[in-house]
Write a protein that binds this ligand. Structure first.
Ligand SMILES: C[S@@+](CC[C@H](N)C(=O)[O-])C[C@H]1O[C@@H](n2cnc3c(N)ncnc32)[C@H](O)[C@@H]1O
Length: 354
């Protein structure tokens, strides 16, 4: 073989090896469990004061020293923690997000608990979904994941603890970009335990709110609203949004709610919101939109895949939202980005002549 041909083969096999390595990285299952195990034990929290020898960490978090050492060594080899001589470990910028006390902490969603075990069982049914189009969740459990939180306060509390870090920053952006007139009553439909509405009310002292969700979820809300100092301006109402939603709001908010449902149920929910709204009230929908830009699309398509397996809903494009709204008697106004991966859509009731 001549030299240029040899060179070409080298490049081709180099590319093939790096593609294989990348695929192997994308499909590997061990590292996520090492990180999740350490997050569950609270190892990053034990290192907040600075580097520590592994036996001291083990004592603080209640771990076996050898098992903890081997796990930390593995995650340090991938840059999650850092190892110093003498079996001493410290946080890195990645491990910092495993601390419970940082705003936006990833620890709650990485904890190994019954919720994760159930999700893994659902994910492993991906072939069923691929072949039939039926959600893996429905195959295993039937119904929607919210049936579980409707039935039991502990499930509701766990789900909302996991959601909370993701809802700590964007409500402030929502206040900035949409603006709320003084005296506005905001009704948050499917508002969870109140982090979103509470944050909006804490930013805007002249607003009042109504938090509406399933009864076991609402039971968890008092502590959240109290901690945000807005409990006296926020009513809480438990109920089923498919039966009806509280009337009398000036602004209705649906954040990450429509994406939980297929078009027929999302349409039924929108019709209930419309029935509760006055002509001059507005509806704000916060969702990750498919097809905005590359970064957003990547997040939205991941979430959409999750919905397909572990729920009954889907992420939508602006056009799909617009069609859904139109069918339910709304007119879509503006669409404004709120931050990486999400947007707010503003709609109002369609009136005669629209
Ligand atoms: C993905 S969470 C979004 C929570 C919150 N809006 C946020 O942005 O963090 C969807 C919410 O819809 C609520 N939900 C589901 N089905 C409901 C129903 N039938 N009636 C009232 N709320 C419901 C759930 O309990 C949950 O709080």
């Amino acid at each position: 073989m001549n030299a240029p041909a040899q060179q070409k083969m080298k490049i081709a096999s180099g590319e093939r090896d790096s593609a294989r390595a990348k695929l192997s990285e994308l499909t590997q299952l061990l590292l996520p469990f090492a990180i999740r195990g350490l997050a569950t034990l609270g190892v990053a929290d034990a290192l907040v004061g600075g580097p520590l020898p592994v036996d001291a960490i083990a004592k603080t978090v209640g771990a076996d020293t050898d098992a903890l050492y081997r796990t930390l060594r593995y995650t340090a080899s991938r840059g999650v923690f850092v190892e110093f001589p003498g079996r001493v470990f410290a946080l890195t910028s990645l491990a910092n997000w495993l601390r419970e006390d940082v705003p936006g902490s990833m620890r709650p969603r990485l904890m190994i608990d019954d919720g994760l075990v159930n999700r893994l069982q659902v994910f492993s049914e991906v072939v069923h979904t691929l072949r039939t189009g039926e959600s893996a969740y429905q195959k295993i459990r039937g119904g929607s994941p919210f049936d579980a939180s409707a039935a039991d306060r502990e499930t509701a509390a766990r789900f909302h603890r996991q959601l909370r870090p993701g809802t700590q920053t964007w409500p402030e952006a929502l206040v900035e970009v949409t603006g709320f007139a003084a005296g506005t009553k905001v009704v948050d439909v499917g508002g969870g335990t109140g982090t979103v509405l509470g944050t909006i009310l804490s930013r805007e002292p002249a607003l009042t709110g109504v938090l509406f969700d399933q009864p076991p979820v609402i039971e968890e809300a008092a502590a959240v609203l109290d901690s945000l100092g807005v409990a006296d301006r926020c009513e809480t109402t438990g109920g089923d949004m498919f039966q009806g939603v509280p009337a009398g709001g000036d602004t209705y908010l649906l954040s990450f709610v429509l994406h939980d449902w297929p078009d027929d149920q999302a349409g039924a929910l929108l019709a209930n919101v419309r029935a509760a709204m006055a002509d001059d009230a507005r509806l704000l929908i916060v969702e990750a939109l498919i097809g905005d830009d590359e970064e957003r699309a990547a997040q939205a398509v991941q979430q959409d895949f999750m919905m397909m397996l572990h729920g009954v809903g889907r992420e939508r494009t602006v056009t799909e939202h617009s069609e859904l709204l139109e069918r339910a008697g709304f007119v879509l106004g503006g669409v404004t980005p709120l931050g990486p991966g999400l947007s707010v859509l503003e709609a109002r009731r369609a009136l005669d002549g629209d």
